[in-house]
Design a protein around this ligand. Sequence first.
Ligand code: UT7
Length: 325
Amino acid sequence: MTAIRSIISGTGSYLPENILTNKDLENKVDTSDEWIIERTGIKQRHIAADDQVTSDLAVAAASKALESANLNAADIDLIVVATSTADQTFPSTATTVQRKLGITKGAAFDVQAVCSGFVYALTTADNFIKAGQAKHVLVIGAEIFSRILDWEDRTTCVLFGDGAGAIVLSAKAGVGDNSDQGILASRIHSDGRYNDMLYVDGGVSSTQTVGHLRMQGREVFRHAVVNLASVVGEVLEDTNMTSDDINWIVPHQANKRILDGTARKLKISPDKVVVTVDKHANTSAASIPLALDEAVRDGRITQDDIVILEAMGGGFTWGACLLRW
Ligand code: UT7
């Protein structure tokens, strides 16, 4: 039997130059370096320059992903951008990325699933490839969360940062079993009952403002560990694998305690978890491709490794992808 598989043929990322440390935040709100590190593992975050918009970060990451895939922009037939901090209400940030990369064919659209955005975008792109409708897809997670933070609210403003990560997802023939390279299983979920636990208090049709991020942190935390362990269990079951088969978990980076708690629940050694939350904080849809690019470029993730990407975010939304590198 043959099957079309989606393989990650290139990765890239971009972080704005400006770094905001916990110490810097001590001068803005009633917080401390010790509290932030102990409760979240975060030491610093990158903040976009005033003249940068989300598509700028996305294009910088995408250009590096194209270079590492050895492809030109003209080879891309679909762009999917996961973001909750679009340049404009419309058109989509994806079409702006398309324009900036000089691509005039194919299609481009945004996906909005907050911190799960990259897993949603990857799952969508995988389905386009498996259906034979695309050959090389740019899947990008890009965010400027610093623009939707209430910088007077210490319970949220210390948690987030800006950045972008990108991959090129390419079609490759496989035999249809677990020996194939590429995405072997993916699952996405949402449960709108929890809509008001993590949200932005503004919007086009409600307030005609952008709004600020609001979160019931403890509740989100509680759901995150349970939902993430459960959805990772699903992709393992889909592929008849167990936790022992996993070489690397590349999780959404919200809180080091969530990463540790999920690994413990799955009985996976913390050594197999890629952690960037200390340096990047929570970059929402950008956090997984940022962490993935780092672990690929420093040689941790190598050919044939079984890699799991997982995320949970506002909505609630959550999901996981299992792939062979
Ligand atoms: O990306 C996906 C979505 N996001 C997440 O997954 C985040 C999930 N939640 C979390 O990571 C954690 O719940 C937080 C890091 C947000 C909070 O940690 P926590 O251990 O759940 O703390 P808490 O909310 O229970 O607050 C404990 C105390 C409170 O003081 P009182 O009421 O006990 O006197 C807070 O007011 O810590 C206080 N606090 C702070 N203190 C210093 C809250 N934020 C800060 C702060 N600095 N920045």
